[in-house]
Design a protein. Structure first.
Length: 181
């Protein structure tokens, strides 16, 4: 037997069950609603109030953190823009330095090319002068030697008899002696 049946039997002497104890009647709905209301009031006093207060405090803390993060983000954005402006200034200055360096490089290369061209021309001119002098000296030596050979040939020819074979031998001897010297 269940508890409700025992309660019904002990409480009254009539055969009809009482309405508030009937598990299939309106009594069950009334007791369920009353129990739910009592539990709801207890939960509201003990759990919902502190829970709602904690949620409100948490919401305020989150809102404060969101506002603080917005301020920090705005400050970071301002700093970022400042650094970007400084970076752009540095980039422009670096480009200007690079351009000046490139212009200096071109000028130095042109100066070096002009100097090298002038030096090469001076070396060429000096070499041409030296070649001309050497050529003149060589020609003068050849002339002197030719005169000496001619004189030596003439002296021998004059000293020798007028024989053609002998003349040829003298010329050959003179030329051979000249080639040895």
């Amino acid at each position: 037997m269940n508890f409700l049946s025992l309660l019904a039997e002990s409480g009254g002497h009539s055969d009809a069950p009482q309405w508030w104890l009937d598990p299939h009647g309106a009594g069950l709905v009334v007791w369920t609603a009353a129990t739910f209301a009592v539990v709801l009031m207890i939960l509201y006093k003990l759990a919902w109030g502190p829970f709602v207060d904690a949620l409100d405090k948490r919401e305020e803390a989150i809102a404060g953190q969101v506002e603080a993060s917005r301020k920090v983000r705005a400050e970071a954005e301002a700093i970022k823009q400042q650094y970007e402006a400084q970076l752009e200034g540095v980039r422009q200055e670096a480009q200007q330095i690079i351009d000046e360096g490139e212009a200096d490089r071109k000028r130095i290369v042109q100066d070096a090319q002009a100097k090298a061209t002038a030096e090469a021309q001076a070396i060429r001119d000096r070499a041409e002068r030296e070649i001309g002098l050497a050529k003149q000296k060589a020609l003068a030596e050849v002339r002197r030697d030719a005169v000496k050979v001619g004189m030596a040939i003439a002296e021998r020819v004059i000293d020798a008899e007028v024989d053609a074979a002998r003349h040829q031998k003298i010329v050959d001897d003179v030329l051979a002696s000249y080639e040895r010297a």
